[in-house]
Design a protein. Structure first.
Lengths: 254, 263
């Protein structure tokens, strides 16, 4: 369960989040749509503790993330994972070491005990097979395509079975086929891990594919949040403009 | 006027942020010490891989120092002081400073560029998102590597300088090996070796902490990484020179006041 109340965040004098409220139930996938620069990624960074909010509270699985610091924060966010927009793979490590990173640092995600290398290798292999990158273990991130980097970053996430997953623009910059593969992967992960997920995207096809509910982020707040079936029927020029401009081909077909 | 005031205020703010980052990194080190493999990587990168450039610098400086002292002092009948001049200056002043300059250029700039690139490509955020403290994981091993290896590199540089001075003095100017080496243990005291080692320790702190700080504060993509790297090198050089002067004075004053005879 994720509960965000009255979240405020300013950068210099520019307020990005202006009293944002959001609730996400356990096992649910909420997609946050919104124009560029409205603070969707900023919200994810607050949720996982990379940045601190100026005001407001973030409660995740009963822990008040917004008030934790240092090792308490790291302990509280250990069961969370985030997919970054540019993948953020460690470019000094190959795909195997990137994927094994969490297990080598923290050991078994459940018990915290150090894992034998044989077990680490098995878990990494399974995660890479799941994303279709089993034969790229020795390749460096710089030698991967954009789609492969995204999938490697997803493997780095799912290897430790996080209970909360945050995706920042998972399909941005990818061709439609690769985007669809990533969407399928997100749904598959959702089904297998039963994690609570928040997906930030501009890609409305992706939003309808992976989300249970869709939210529209506008002017520093969640303007609407509803089921994906009801979302297209919201009678608001902003929502309609978003739908029309984002998927003209879908509108034409329908 | 306002422009200069702003620069001064920004500089003070920067020093404050640097101090906080340094203290937090030390705290992160003691809270969860980094793995030995990370520390050994940095010791190897900073220490072993810097040996060739430090050797060339020390050796060529020794050659020049010996040649200059021979040309300047030879006609005054003081050519016998060449070994002493080379040994003393390589141990206390030129060795530590030039080694620090070389390490700043080879290691400090790379440290800043790597951390800066990691910052702008969200790799540092990715570490945080996996509950890994970047200060303990990335910065602490670099601090240890720099602080431990700089004194060894300085001693190595001084040794290479003395060796370079020996070669030119004996094989070009025709001094005897005894005439070159005999004054060195008489006039280059253990105190002088401590001066070189203490200076190198402080230079290690300066190089790693400033390079890491500038790397971690990088903003603005590839151009930002370039700017941060240039700034870090310039700031390191400036602080090395200032701290070198302060240490030279304070260590000698300390030595004179307390008459540390066994040194």
């Amino acid at each position: 369960m994720i509960r965000v109340k009255n979240l405020w965040k300013k950068y210099n004098s520019h307020a990005v989040l202006k009293g944002l409220d959001l609730e996400v139930s356990r096992g649910e996938t909420v997609v946050i749509l919104g124009r560029s620069g409205v603070g969707k990624s900023v919200l994810l960074r607050q949720l996982i503790g990379i940045d601190k909010p100026d005001r407001g509270t973030i409660e995740i699985e009963g822990k008040l993330i917004s008030s934790l610091t240092g090792s308490d924060l790291y302990l509280a966010t250990r069961h969370m994972g985030m997919l970054f927009q540019a993948s953020a793979l460690f470019d000094s490590m190959n795909v195997f070491d990137n994927t094994a990173f969490y297990l080598n640092e923290h050991g078994d995600p459940e018990t915290g005990k150090k894992l034998p290398q044989k077990e680490v290798k098995a878990r990494v292999k399974k995660a890479l097979e799941m994303v279709g990158l089993a034969d790229t273990q020795a390749i460096m991130p710089a030698d991967l395509s954009g789609g492969m980097r995204k999938r490697a970053a997803i493997a780095r996430l799912i290897v430790y079975h996080p209970r909360i997953l945050l995706y920042d623009e998972p399909t941005t910059g990818l061709d439609p086929i690769t985007s669809m593969q990533i969407n399928e992967l997100i749904v598959q992960i959702q089904n297998e891990l039963n994690a609570t997920s928040i997906v930030v995207t501009h890609d409305i096809c992706s939003a309808f594919h992976v989300g249970n509910r869709i939210a529209l982020h506008h002017d520093g707040k969640i303007a609407y949040i509803t089921s994906k079936e009801e979302f297209p029927h919201i009678n608001d020029p902003l929502v309609q403009a978003f739908l029309k401009n984002a998927i003209p081909e879908v509108n034409q077909n329908s | 006027m306002h422009f200069y005031l702003q620069i001064i205020l920004d500089s003070f703010a920067g020093v404050g942020r640097w101090g906080i980052l340094f203290a937090k990194t030390i705290a992160a080190f003691f809270r969860r010490p980094p793995s030995w493999s990370l520390i050994i990587d940095q010791l190897y990168n900073i220490g072993v891989l810097s040996l060739p450039v430090v050797a060339i610098t020390g050796f060529s400086t020794g050659l020049v120092l010996a040649a200059q002292s021979f040309y300047q002092l030879g006609d005054k009948g003081l050519a016998g002081a060449t070994g002493l001049f080379v040994g003393k200056s390589m141990m206390t002043e030129i060795g530590p400073v030039l080694t620090a300059f070389m390490v700043t250029g080879r290691v400090g700039s790379a440290m800043c560029a790597v951390l800066g690139t990691m910052k702008v490509t969200e790799q540092i955020d990715a570490l945080k998102s996996m509950a890994v403290n970047p200060l303990g994981y990335l910065l602490a091993p670099r601090y240890i590597g720099g602080i431990v290896m700089l004194p060894f590199l300085t001693l190595f540089s001084a040794a290479m300088g003395i060796f370079g001075g020996y070669l030119i003095s004996v094989y070009y100017f025709g001094m005897t090996p005894q005439a070159y080496f005999e004054p060195i243990p008489i006039y280059v005291k253990i105190f002088d070796i401590w001066v070189g080692v203490i200076k190198a320790f402080f230079f290690g702190v300066i190089i790693t902490s400033i390079s890491c700080y500038k790397g971690m504060m990088t903003r603005g993509g590839a151009a930002g990484v370039g700017r941060a790297t240039t700034n870090s090198v310039v700031i390191c050089y400036s602080f090395i020179l200032i701290v070198n002067f302060l240490l030279t004075v304070s260590l000698n004053v300390f030595h004179d006041i307390y008459k540390v005879k066994y040194l």
